[in-house]
Design a protein around this ligand. Structure first.
Ligand SMILES: CC(C)(COP(=O)(O)OP(=O)(O)OC[C@H]1O[C@@H](n2cnc3c(N)ncnc32)[C@H](O)[C@@H]1OP(=O)(O)O)[C@@H](O)C(=O)NCCC(=O)NCCS
Length: 206
């Protein structure tokens, strides 16, 4: 009997400002190779903006942290353009459980297409579903692209030396431009039964 190929994972489809579309799905434990290849394709500048100078490689511990997420206190979405993984974004619940820390990465070749913005919109929708009311962004003050994303979605940014702290009220963020699929249903299908992680997103920079 012939073996059939595994069926593709369910995704949602989102529209970009130029009319093209991308797909998104919750990150899974077996996305580790995708994350490694994305990290290797990231420019030194993007890497330093994302990890604030701290990450030269993704070791096993960090990879587990980034992919083995419960989708309740740590939600992560990957964005695909066809079969290419082009972006990943996550929020991690803080001690004040209504707040969460956000981190977003779009591969250099795909920056400036609106993917970062729609990924934050998708994270905000997921946050709302998980009763998180405020998303926080720790950025370098020179990270204008990320600051623009936060401000365009109605957030505020305060500067502290070489850092910028962004804050976005989840309720005021417009919904992501979903053209097909149900993000909340996909998130619930991916969620683990129990809380797994509540540490700060910046553990990733250690
Ligand atoms: C920050 C980041 C996520 C933004 O994603 P993106 O998909 O490029 O964002 P968008 O396309 O939605 O555009 C955001 C704005 O930045 C601008 N922009 C995007 N890339 C840019 C670049 N390399 N240089 C200057 N401006 C840029 C866009 O034109 C847009 O500006 P506008 O509001 O004036 O039109 C992406 O640049 C990235 O991954 N950077 C490296 C990692 C990082 O800094 N992560 C954030 C840590 S929390």
């Amino acid at each position: 009997m012939a073996c059939s190929a595994p069926s593709p994972l369910p995704t949602i489809t989102l529209a970009l400002p130029d009319g093209s579309t991308v797909q998104a799905r919750p990150v899974r434990p077996d996305d580790k190779p995708l994350l490694v290849s994305g990290f290797e394709r990231l420019s030194a500048r993007s890497r330093s903006m994302r990890f604030q100078g701290a990450a030269e490689r993704l070791d096993d511990r960090r990879l587990r942290y980034l992919t083995e997420v419960d989708h309740r206190d740590h939600v992560a979405w990957g964005v695909l353009d066809g079969t290419d993984a082009v972006a990943v974004g996550r929020w991690i619940r803080l001690e004040d459980r209504r707040r969460a820390d956000v981190a977003v990465t779009v591969l250099d070749d795909h920056q400036g297409r609106g993917i970062g913005t729609l990924l934050v919109q998708l994270l905000a929708l997921s946050a709302r579903h998980r009763e998180v009311t405020s998303l926080e962004f720790e950025m370098l003050a020179e990270n204008q692209p990320m600051i623009r994303v936060v401000e365009r979605l109605g957030g505020t940014v305060v500067y502290r030396g070489r850092e910028a702290l962004g804050s976005l009220e989840v309720a005021s963020v417009p919904p992501p431009p979903v053209v097909d699929g149900d993000p909340v249903a996909l998130l619930d299908a991916a969620a683990q039964p129990r809380s797994g992680s509540n540490s700060n997103a910046n553990e990733l920079t250690q």
